[in-house]
Design a protein around this ligand. Structure first.
Ligand SMILES: [Zn+2]
Ligand SMILES: [Zn+2]
Length: 235
């Protein structure tokens, strides 16, 4: 399904056409809440990928993005490519890698970009103050004074803008890949849980003595995507 541009994404599409990476980063900041270097990496990867694919994304699964970890990178991908969790075009694989594979469904063309380790390692040498503050205030959650936090956010924002100018090939290993294209998201009917009365997609129902229950009421364990990645937790 190819359309003449998508009115809902026209601002972003115009930025992509014009190569306006600063504009795309600004849009990414609206979603992400702050500017940081990994957000820029997502913007750069998304921009490269969507240019290669030449697809107008209407959020109907014509373009898919498979991300491999949950970090700031993913928000850059979502805003630039239009592949989101809500439109079922963002697929999450819990590998713990800053990487994305973009897939054009019509001909199964797929490109994977993964952050190069040598590039990632070099950032700490390039931006020692930001990394030191990040390690102290974010990674170790140490109590810092507000000026330190402000300084960190300022440095992250500066890095994010500067990294827009780093060539994509220096940041990422980029390759065409053969990949089994995920099928369209199924549309499934809902079933009412016997205990709480809430509607549940039928594949998530647990039957007990012939009656349907939601995972929560059945005392089952559900998968959860949180800061740790995907894990199973008891309800
Ligand atoms: Zn961030
Ligand atoms: Zn229930």
């Amino acid at each position: 399904m190819q359309t003449q541009g998508n009115p809902f994404r026209s601002e972003i599409e115009n930025m992509i056409r014009a190569g306006d990476l600063n504009g795309l980063l600004r849009k990414a900041g609206e979603l992400h809440g702050h500017l940081c270097n990994y957000l820029t990496f997502g913007v750069k990867a998304g921009y490269y990928g969507i240019k290669e694919m030449g697809v107008t994304n209407t959020g109907m699964e014509e373009l898919l993005a498979i991300v491999e970890t949950n970090n700031c990178f993913d928000d850059g991908i979502q805003i630039v490519t239009g592949c989101t969790l809500g439109n079922n075009s963002l697929i999450y694989r819990d590998y713990g890698k800053t990487a994305v594979t973009l897939i054009r469904r019509q001909d199964e063309k797929a490109i994977r970009l993964v952050l190069k380790p040598e590039f990632e390692d070099s950032r700490e040498r390039e931006y020692p103050e930001a990394y030191e503050l990040f390690d102290r205030l974010i990674a170790r959650r140490e109590q810092g004074n507000p000026e330190d936090f402000h300084r960190l956010m300022e440095l992250l924002a500066r890095m994010s803008v500067e990294e827009l100018g780093t060539p994509t090939e220096i940041m990422f290993r980029i390759e065409e890949v053969k990949i089994e294209v995920p099928s369209f998201a199924p549309i499934l009917e809902s079933v009412k849980c016997t205990r709480c009365g809430e509607n549940v997609i039928k594949t998530k129902i647990i039957e007990k003595e012939g009656k349907p229950y939601c995972i929560h009421c059945a005392g089952g364990a559900a998968f959860e995507l949180n800061g740790q990645g995907i894990s199973q937790r008891a309800t």
